[in-house]
Design a protein around this ligand. Sequence first.
Ligand code: ADP
Ligand code: MG
Ligand code: MG
Length: 928
Amino acid sequence: MTVLAADPVKEKASAQKTWVFLFDELDKVEATAKPKDWEDVRSLLGGKGANLFEMTRLGLPVPPGFTVTTEACNGYLAANHEFPTGMWDQEVVAMHEVERKVGKTFGDPKNPLFVSCRSGAKFSMPGMMDTVLNIGLNDETAKGMIELTGDPRFVYDSYRRLIQMFGSVVMGVADEPFEEAIAEQKKKRGVRHDVELTAEDWQALVEKFKTLVKAYKSQEFPQDPYKQLEMATRAVFNSWFGKRAIDYRNATNISHDLGTAVNIVTMVFGNMGNDSATGVAFTRNPADGTKELYGDYLINAQGEDVVAGIRNTLPIMQLKQDMPDAFNQFLEIVTKLENHFQDMQDVEFTIERKKLWMLQTRNGKRTARAAIKMAVDMNNEGLITKKQAIGRVTPEQVDQLLHPQFSAEIKKSASKEGRRLVSKAVNASPGAAVGMAVFDADTAAEWGKAGKAVIMVRPETKPDDVHGMIAAKGILTSRGGATSHAAVVARQFGTPAVCGAEELAIDVDHRIFQVHIDDKLVEVREGEWISLDGGTGEVFLGQLPTQDPDFDNEVELNTLLKWADEVRKLGVWANADYPKDAVRARRYGAEGIGLCRTEHMFFEEERLPIVQEMIMATSKARRLSALERLLPVQRGDFEGIFRAMDGNPVIIRLLDPPLHEFLPSFHDLVADLADLKVRLQHFHTLSEIDTALGQVRAKEDVLSRVKALSESNPMLGLRGDRLSVVMPEITEMQVRAILEAAVRVKREGIDVHPEIMVPLAGHVNELKYIKEIVDRVAAEVFAESGTTVDFKYGSMVEVPRAALTADELAEVAEFYSFGTNDLTQTTFGMSRDDAESKFLLEYTEKGLLPSNPFQQLDRGGVGKLIKMTVELGRATRPEMHMGICGEHGGDPNSIEFCHLAGLNYVSCSPYRVPIARLAAAQAAIKHS
Ligand code: ADP
Ligand code: MG
Ligand code: MG
């Protein structure tokens, strides 16, 4: 070691890269890797590793061990599966350090050290990459261990686990032959549970397992501990590109180039007798957020047993009686951890002969409901700030909470209507799910892709099932508890799940499950409907109807959204065409209506004939008569919306038609005509023929009008404000309906702020032409009623020309609203329907587009036009109010863009208003 400053260049050249760090070397990590922040540490050591280091630094009882970095993994994968130079030597040196610390030697039969090999990527991917326990066991060390412990049953059980895990995870032998061998042994001995097998049984199984490995892989199970270590390290690296891991990353948007770290941890044994145990726990209830210790443990068991759902676990609070000292220490530790990480922790622990060991801690996964409750509670407890609380909940989680639920009445009446409650089991992940039963992941994925609602029914789930679980509306298992694989994955994806429904006899091979209802055995086959309530753990046969959640009574959600309202810069408005939508929009927190479309109003049954008459009218007089009858109807609609919005602005868009949509289709008309003409041949009397001919003529009129209206490019045809140019009387009627409604509602003492919006304009002259109509009608209405209302006149921005000349348009338009769906179509020059059905998927799959631009706003192109409009528009009219309407208004990523572009508000469907409130706040915090 040089004490004086060494030549830095020379030192760099000779210093070898550090690939391996011991758990107590966090200082060294910081000194050599120079991480900028904790995220960087997690990138290097993986999430599991980083937290093992941190727990060690906090002085908690973590078994000694070391971590091989994600950099080493990436180096290995890049170099054709060769360990980076120096890595293996460092791993061996680290192993000797661990030996020194624990006073045992890896592979030494007299005093053997055993380790686990655990993967750990930056983001936890539960069950994605398997852990191998008990590495270092072989024929020799097993004997030595028996001498030391006097417990051959424990030793052979551990040894067979090693061969089993190593065989399947590292060497690629399927797990089934091992499980079958155990089942066979149990049958032979006439016992039902693993715990009833003796030392001799496990010893026999060890031998059997070795032959299984040999038979399946024509390779011996490696006896050399270092060979075991090396192969396990490789297997973890390789698993980064295993199918399961790739699927999971695709489903959760985790980048594929992060790599995984390898954690080597001294084994501690929860299966050393009745003073040993192993378990998992959450510092708060991950299903509903209650502040209570939540989890399971097993006495005399090892690692995976708890999550695998093979044995029925004990609730964590029971540990207080079983092992009070260990429990108290545990409680103290997890409280410290929650305070330290300022978030709910998900921990794994093992008690070896009364001594507690911490094996993992991480921020726990939680349901939407729990996330919201915890965020609000933790702020109230002073643990986190309001801004942190806002960041703890994702917009998708808010969406989940607002999903349909079963009502209590419906469930009560369920038994009467042949939809029977058949089980009440573990409420593993809340929400209502209705779907057809399927019994394997592939079918679930296939049916799900075909658009069917399915519920995946399994005895238990495994990591291989994840693709099916993602596709399912709900998950139902007959084994396992709240921390089983099925439960953890379901909560992660927000999928409702009921676990451990023991009443169900699931027969996966025959694709059925059986259940007793009042002594009668009922059978449910694949494809039959079932309903789950993941919040209560109830399982019903048949399809239960769902209902909307009770937003007003979501106290925590409303608190969190109020905090969001305090920080967000964007207004949140809603698109609503009917008074009932407007009411919902207000309830969900909308501050205005950003888009009220008038087309839908025209489609309603009693109005459609009048609308058709108006379109068919060959003379202006006739058209006016039809319009006169439409006027009161439209006025009524607007009155309802103005009342519901009670003083908040309402933007009403003038009719934006494809007129032909209001008429029968060309094909139907041709078919009808052919039919009529055939019938004509069978008529005899003159009057019969006369009426029939009259009918033919009427149909022919409609047909010729449909033909006249048909366009070769409807997307670029007579749409938007072009109608106002061709048939100004329609616009006159609409403006009159809007303003008369406004006058009437104003007289009721309600504040009204109508804003009249022109669709699709691209030239300032269009706006001027329509403004003349608007001003003329307004003057008439105000004169007639002797009242005036304050209204605005503005334009949509839906075609590039509007964006390009936004300074000119702003001379007439008082506000802009971006119709981003059409703006995306016209900017890309692609029609959405054609694009999505024919080629867009190829574009995203081949990486030509990062995402579907109709779902997530295309910042580079469409976004540029928006920014340009903002700049040009406000150059003419400095305070010009602008927002977006259309689906993008409810998409968090697009909302972030709107915040950055300086828009005043986003307008989205009423259901997405709460999501947008949160997303807008998160954007404001992120870019403050
Ligand atoms: P996962 O990411 O799937 O949870 P882990 O690496 O955490 O995988 O390990 C799986 C199980 O094995 C956990 O229950 C864990 O507590 C246990 N385990 C891992 N390493 C050890 C060890 N050194 N001693 C005892 N149990 C261990
Ligand atoms: Mg695992
Ligand atoms: Mg774990």
